[in-house]
Design a protein around this ligand. Structure first.
Ligand code: ARG
Length: 401
């Protein structure tokens, strides 16, 4: 193997990646460049850059990728209706291919030999990073220190950090492992590892306890154009801002909490807690608008695609021909998903209470029971006769035996 001289590290500024930064420099005597994506994790990015440099980074990149994340990753997943195991809106999973793509880009620009990440050997994120990186550059070397280093616990890492003068704030240590971006927060570990125990209130980061949420409902109107949410209450926003607003108003009303046991790609069942107010509100609104605007056959077929789409994202196959092919199908369906949805947020619940569209397939003259009714009820009898024919004939034949 060629000697590794320059490494680009996906750096969050937390304990693990700070220790990794130092460890890589020691172990490989290589230059280490850090890369931190701003995906709306709510951290002070200037501080992260400073910290990277203090820890020995030869260069520290901080790139604001929120817009690209919103339009090129979140939006396709929203249009698809992608919820892993019908629940998880995939915030963490969607961010990984984007971060990995950027890592490879920086590695190429900097002439680096390898990229590195801080994922454990038990999770999905390692798969997503590495498969994406290899999909873009099959020859890129990937280093995953957490899978191979000597530290067995957080305490040992802290001790190493102290020894080596790595600046880590030892905050009142939280028992949780938290990953956050604009599409949602993933919370694991500590008391959450017991699937019977209700998530303690302090595990939630951005949503109010529904019991303490306002005692009056909040109504909002969300407008979609061809499947993309574009306005709230008549005011246009770009997608990043629109998601931020819905996280705030949803969180305030206790909307967006998800508590589930899910199947990781590596074969482990894990208890996961998520907070994703905007994702929950938008998925529900989008789906209800599709109920109004898509024909029955398409509407009934699309969830099959949604399930597969969610699995691909979850399993690290964002950059795959099947995802692209499914995008073509989805974008054909979205031509009609234009209109408005009225949503009621109240103490943790998110209900769609109204919908309208220029492409609405709802025909009042057919649906009504009033005198405006134009549905020809007599023709139903012939329809039922033919529709039920196989059952009627089967029953006759079997009864005669
Ligand atoms: N289970 C989720 C997933 O695989 C979340 C992973 C959370 N990662 C973390 N560093 N806390 O997408």
């Amino acid at each position: 193997m060629e000697k590794i001289k320059k490494i680009v590290l996906a750096y969050s500024g937390g304990l693990d990646t700070s220790v990794i930064l130092h460890w890589l420099k020691e172990k490989y005597s290589a230059q280490v460049i850090t890369f931190t994506a701003n995906l709306g994790q709510g951290e002070l990015l200037e501080k992260i850059k400073e910290k990277a440099e203090k820890t020995g980074a030869n260069k520290a990149y901080i790139n604001d990728l929120r817009e690209e994340f919103a339009y090129n990753y979140i939006l396709p997943a929203l249009k698809a209706g992608a919820l892993y195991e019908d629940k998880y809106p995939l915030a963490t999973a969607l961010a990984r291919p984007l971060i990995a793509k950027e890592l490879v880009k920086i590695a190429q620009k900097e002439g680096a030999d390898a990229i590195a990440h801080g994922c454990t050997g038990k999770g999905n994120d390692q798969v997503r990073f590495e498969v994406t990186a290899k999909a873009i550059d099959p020859d890129i070397e990937v280093i995953a220190p957490v899978r191979q280093w000597e530290f067995k616990s957080r305490e040992e890492e802290i001790e190493y950090a102290r020894d080596k003068g790595i600046p880590v704030e030892i905050k009142k240590s939280s028992p949780y492992s938290i990953d956050r971006n604009i599409w949602g927060i993933s919370i694991e570990c500590g008391p959450l590892e017991d699937p019977w125990q209700e998530p303690p209130e302090d595990s939630y980061q951005i949503t109010k306890d529904p019991q303490k949420a306002p005692s009056k409902p909040t109504y909002i109107e969300i407008e979609f154009k061809e499947g993309c949410p574009v306005a709230i209450d008549g005011k246009d926003y770009n997608l990043v801002r629109l998601i931020e607003i819905l996280n705030e108003v949803g969180g305030e009303n206790g909307v967006g909490r998800i508590d589930m046991v899910e199947n990781r790609l590596v074969g482990i069942k894990s208890r996961e807690v998520y907070e994703a107010p905007a994702a929950i509100i938008l998925h529900r609104s989008h789906q209800y608008l599709e109920d109004l605007t898509l024909d029955r056959e398409t509407l009934h077929f699309k969830p099959l695609i949604a399930q597969k789409y969610a699995e691909l994202i979850y399993n690290g196959l964002w950059y795959s021909p099947l995802r692209e092919a499914m995008d073509s199908f989805i974008s054909t369906t979205q031509k009609w998903v234009t209109g408005k949805v009225k949503v009621k947020l109240f103490k943790g619940s998110c209900q769609v209470v109204g919908r309208k569209s220029v492409y609405s397939l709802y025909d009042m003259k057919l649906a009504t029971y009033s005198k405006e009714d134009i549905f020809d009820q007599k023709s139903s009898s012939g329809f039922i006769h033919i529709w039920g024919l196989p059952i009627v004939s089967l029953t006759r034949i079997r009864k005669s035996k």
